[in-house]
Ligand binder design. Structure first.
Ligand SMILES: NC(=O)c1ccc[n+]([C@@H]2O[C@H](COP(=O)([O-])OP(=O)(O)OC[C@H]3O[C@@H](n4cnc5c(N)ncnc54)[C@H](O)[C@@H]3O)[C@@H](O)[C@H]2O)c1
Ligand SMILES: N[C@H](C(=O)O)[C@H](O)COP(=O)(O)O
Length: 333
């Protein structure tokens, strides 16, 4: 019998909706084993607040994780300062990052087959004096890899990003031939590895309006993007572009592609979230571990109300299980 797929699920910002979304996962039977990596007192408090009758079981590393309705396996993490829903506390930030380290190390050590993350609050972590721009960059550093790629996906659309969490004024300088080459190679390789695409077709957006209008509205397309794409095409990667970003997201182009590569966060993600907010997954490609996440933030306004929708977390778990299974298959082939 093949070993159970076990995903670590970090509960994210304690004041946000992450803890209650994790608890919601216990309400139904599920196929992968889920181990919530969080403070168990936080989960108990939130379950009490919402009137959820659940059995939280301490997980034995190496053992099976609960999959039955009504039960949830928990790996306790110490250090939580406060458990108030909706009220950020910088004193919780070190604990939040410890949950991420615990889950990622558990993946690297083979205890977990992948990790799924509930949302963290980037601002409060920085308010605690800890530089943090997102899970993506944090896990890249923790795993010691030079480049990773953020990709958000629904069943109909995949959007990957060349740059992630940086101020808009710094974007153009960050789009170098080296970065673009690394990002496209990772995207192409992981679309093959995890999504069964034999020859992924990637649409690449330009950076400037109208993809630079022949150099009259910016030269990044001519100086950086086109030559880089030409070099990668010669290596067999199926790339179309640079295309004007405003008309790239239309059925004509999307019907001819497996993924879109946007140059920056708010060029690609508003389109993806308009199309599928609440049922999309955020995937970090290029890591030595499987990592998926929700498409939304901490929603402090909803925390503790039980009204948060768990659709995106369910997608993140489903895709995480699928990716972990593909990764295992590749290891044994
Ligand atoms: N994966 C992550 O860790 C992640 C992702 C996005 C944003 N964030 C962080 O979250 C914080 C808050 O960000 P924001 O306010 O821009 O976005 P947000 O997603 O928290 O909230 C935007 C709106 O969507 C609603 N919403 C969000 N999730 C919902 C859900 N599951 N069900 C129903 N409604 C939901 C909120 O109530 C709010 O009205 C920021 O610090 C941001 O960096 C984290
Ligand atoms: N860029 C993501 C989004 O808008 O959904 C979000 O900030 C989460 O990023 P990390 O996975 O790097 O925390």
């Amino acid at each position: 019998m093949s070993r159970q797929v076990i995903l670590a699920l970090t509960a994210g910002e304690p004041a946000g909706i992450g803890p209650e979304l994790c608890l919601q996962m216990a309400l139904e039977e599920r196929s992968p084993g889920i181990v919530v990596v969080a403070c168990k007192h936080l989960l108990q408090d939130r379950a009490r607040l919402l009137g959820l009758d659940l059995e939280l079981q301490d997980w034995n590393p190496g053992g099976r994780a609960a999959t039955a309705a009504g039960r949830l396996s928990v790996m306790h993490v110490e250090g939580l300062a406060s458990t108030d829903a909706g009220k950020l506390d910088p004193g919780n930030s070190a604990y939040v990052l410890e949950t991420l380290r615990t889950a990622a190390r558990g993946c690297l050590d083979g205890l977990f087959d992948g990790m799924v993350t509930a949302p963290v609050h980037k601002g409060v972590i920085n308010d605690a004096g800890i530089a943090f721009s997102g899970h993506t960059e944090f896990l890249q550093e923790l795993c010691g890899v030079e480049r990773v790629v953020m990709m958000l996906a629904t069943d109909e659309l995949r959007v990957a990003l060349v740059t992630t969490h940086l101020p808009l004024k710094d974007v153009a300088a960050a789009i170098t031939p080296e970065r673009l080459t690394q990002v496209i190679r990772i995207l192409d390789a992981d679309l093959r590895k995890f999504f069964g695409l034999e020859h992924p077709r990637i649409l690449v957006a330009g950076l400037n309006p109208h993809a630079g209008e022949g150099g009259h509205l910016g030269r990044e397309e001519i100086d950086v993007i086109e030559p880089t794409l030409d070099g990668l095409r010669q290596q067999g990667i199926a790339l179309t572009g640079p295309l004007p970003a405003d008309t790239l997201f239309t059925p004509y182009w999307l019907d001819r592609a497996d993924a879109v590569l946007a140059m920056y966060h708010d060029q690609g993600l508003p389109v993806l979230k308009f199309q599928g907010f609440g049922r999309a997954v955020n995937i970090t490609l290029g890591l030595p571990v499987v990592r998926t996440s929700v498409d939304h933030g901490t929603a402090l306004d909803l925390a503790g109300t039980g009204k948060a929708d768990a659709g995106s977390l369910k997608t993140a778990i489903r895709v995480g299980e699928q990716m972990a299974t593909s990764a295992k298959r590749e290891t044994f082939e």
